[in-house]
Design a protein around this ligand. Structure first.
Ligand code: HEM
Length: 503
């Protein structure tokens, strides 16, 4: 009897399994032929790629404007056509306003941050938070960035001997520490030095996020497309150290500031303003905030911690990647490096050699170099969930409500059709308009685009200007970077080794 039951269950599972992988065939659209165990993510499970580069791999294997894929077992649509992507993210936003990732406002308010939240709650939160990222606010936060970049420069200087002998540094590691410190400082309001104290808690969070284990790699993919897994984990009381740490940091910072009437020009101050008054003052010079009774506060400490957490996660690795890959490309392209140095020196002369916000804003070639870096090395994917049936413009197919949508930024940004000679680092393509602008989306597109893109760009620019004006560099080898099989972003295989000299 037992064996009969077992055979019955196995047969049923196999039947449902096979039926699941017939989904796209039945829908009658082009699809990526699934592996019987891993769907379209064989390369991820075989540890050849991380999630983003596995999706890129599928993008390059097909030519159709959109296709069915299986994120392990879950059917999803990969959109390859830039115009369709743009339509979904902008004009047809009403059908794609959510990401479809895990969020549970009622039972787990920590999860209801700007990235994950949905519908009207997201819209209201986005409107409230937007005034935190105006250029006036960024200008006021600028000194916190300078403190972090000075720690980076001090560390490099201390590790280069006097004379003309340089030292080889792994730049991704340097920039990751810089990214962690500047994020802790400019966002959470905590001064941190990952160079003097490499095992600090913030850095441990960073290392946890980029852990090389297969479990973590699968967790990242699941985080984007299997919200129910996290729901079940939370239901059973799963607690993770990262959340505990973030709660502690945010609580301590808020309590300290309120008790001592302490004010610092950073994002945490904006979040406290929002919590205490229900709004962020549109007057960019207004940073102070009065303490109010707990029951008059508009956000719980849990919600505040969740917001601090998502800003931290969204910021640190992007800052590290943009500055690392930009420096790498500048050394591979000495003529661009020379022109950039000329621009930097010329602009700084006007500002008595002081690197200030206005000076950096004036550096136009620098801006194009960062844009080109974000093109060639983007955050790998965008994702949405279809919230209303959507007929794909120009095609006879309607995407059903509830279908996950994936867009490969790496695919679009490295597609010859949209960016001629895509592997060439060519900042001038933005001057000559020699590309398809619908395909350029390093910060996403439409109402849900990156809320802090200007801060993101500034974080990298500050590092590049400071390093180029302080040190000399030697490119150790001419190469196209390959990417590793772990992490949520593009991880350079073998790191990025650069020799740095004192000037
Ligand atoms: C070079 C740096 C950065 C890059 C490349 C980047 C990229 C992105 C991308 C691709 C998205 C998804 C957009 C979409 O789905 O349409 C996004 C969203 C987001 N980013 Fe950034 N980001 C950067 C810096 C930052 C920083 C510094 C912060 C926080 C201070 C931040 C906070 C966020 C948040 C909260 C969202 C979700 C917005 C929403 O759903 O309303 N990002 N970012």
């Amino acid at each position: 009897m037992f064996y009969l039951l077992l055979i019955g269950i196995i047969t049923l599972v196999l039947f449902l399994w096979r039926r699941n992988f017939k989904y796209w065939e039945k829908e009658g659209i082009h699809f990526d032929k699934p592996h019987m165990l891993f769907g379209s993510l064989t390369s991820l499970m075989q540890r050849k790629h991380n999630f983003g580069t596995a999706i890129y791999d599928i993008y390059t294997k097909h030519k159709e404007p959109f296709l069915g894929i299986y994120i392990l077992f879950r059917p999803a649509i990969l959109v390859r056509d830039a115009a369709i992507c743009k339509d979904m993210l902008t004009t047809s936003f009403a059908s794609f306003h959510d990401r479809g990732v895990y969020v549970d406002l009622k039972n787990d308010p920590f999860s209801a941050n700007l990235f994950s939240s949905k519908g009207q709650y997201w819209r209201s939160l986005r409107t409230k938070l937007t005034p935190s990222f105006t250029s006036g606010r960024l200008k006021a936060m600028f000194p916190t960035l300078i403190e972090s970049v000075n720690n980076l420069v001090d560390h490099i200087s201390e590790n280069i001997p006097d004379g003309d002998k340089g030292t080889v540094f792994e730049v991704k590691d340097l920039m990751s520490r810089y990214g962690i410190d500047l994020t802790a400082s400019s966002i959470l309001g905590v001064e941190n030095n990952s160079f003097k104290n490499p095992f600090n808690d913030f850095r441990m969070v960073g290392l946890f996020f980029n852990s090389k284990s297969l479990l973590r790699t699968v967790q990242i993919a699941a985080g984007f497309l299997y919200p129910d897994i996290e729901k079940v984990m939370r239901f059973f009381g799963f607690r993770d150290k990262v959340r505990e740490f973030m709660r502690k940091i945010v609580k301590e910072t808020v309590e300290f500031r309120e008790k001592n009437n302490f004010m610092r020009k950073d994002l945490m101050q904006m979040l406290i303003q929002l919590r205490n008054t229900g709004t962020i003052n549109p007057d960019e010079n207004h940073w102070k905030v009065q303490t109010v009774a707990e029951d008059l506060k508009s956000m719980s400490m849990e919600e505040l911690s969740g917001e601090g957490f998502i800003f931290f996660v969204a910021s640190f690795e992007n800052a590290a990647n943009t500055s690392t890959y930009c420096l790498h490309e500048l050394l591979q392209n000495p003529d661009i490096l020379e022109a950039l140095l000329e621009e930097i020196n010329e602009v700084l002369k006007k500002y008595d050699s002081e690197m200030c916000y206005d000076a950096v804003k004036e550096m136009k070639l620098l801006d194009r170099c960062i844009m080109e870096t974000n093109r060639k090395y983007p955050f790998t994917i965008l994702n949405r969930i279809c919230t209303e049936n959507y007929k794909i413009p120009g095609h006879d197919y309607t995407i059903k409500k509830g279908t996950p949508i994936v867009m490969s930024l790496m695919g679009l940004h490295r597609d010859e059709e949209y960016f001629p000679n895509p592997l060439k680092f060519d900042p001038e393509r933005f001057l000559n308009n020699n590309y398809n602008s619908a395909a350029y989306m390093p910060f996403g597109e439409g109402p849900r685009h990156c809320i802090a893109y200007r801060l993101g760009q500034m974080n990298a620019k500050v590092a590049i200007v400071k390093l180029l004006t302080t040190f000399k560099f030697e490119c150790l080898e001419k190469r196209e970077i390959e990417f590793d099989n772990y992490g949520a972003t593009l991880m350079p295989k073998g790191g990025v080794n650069i020799k740095i000299f004192k000037k």
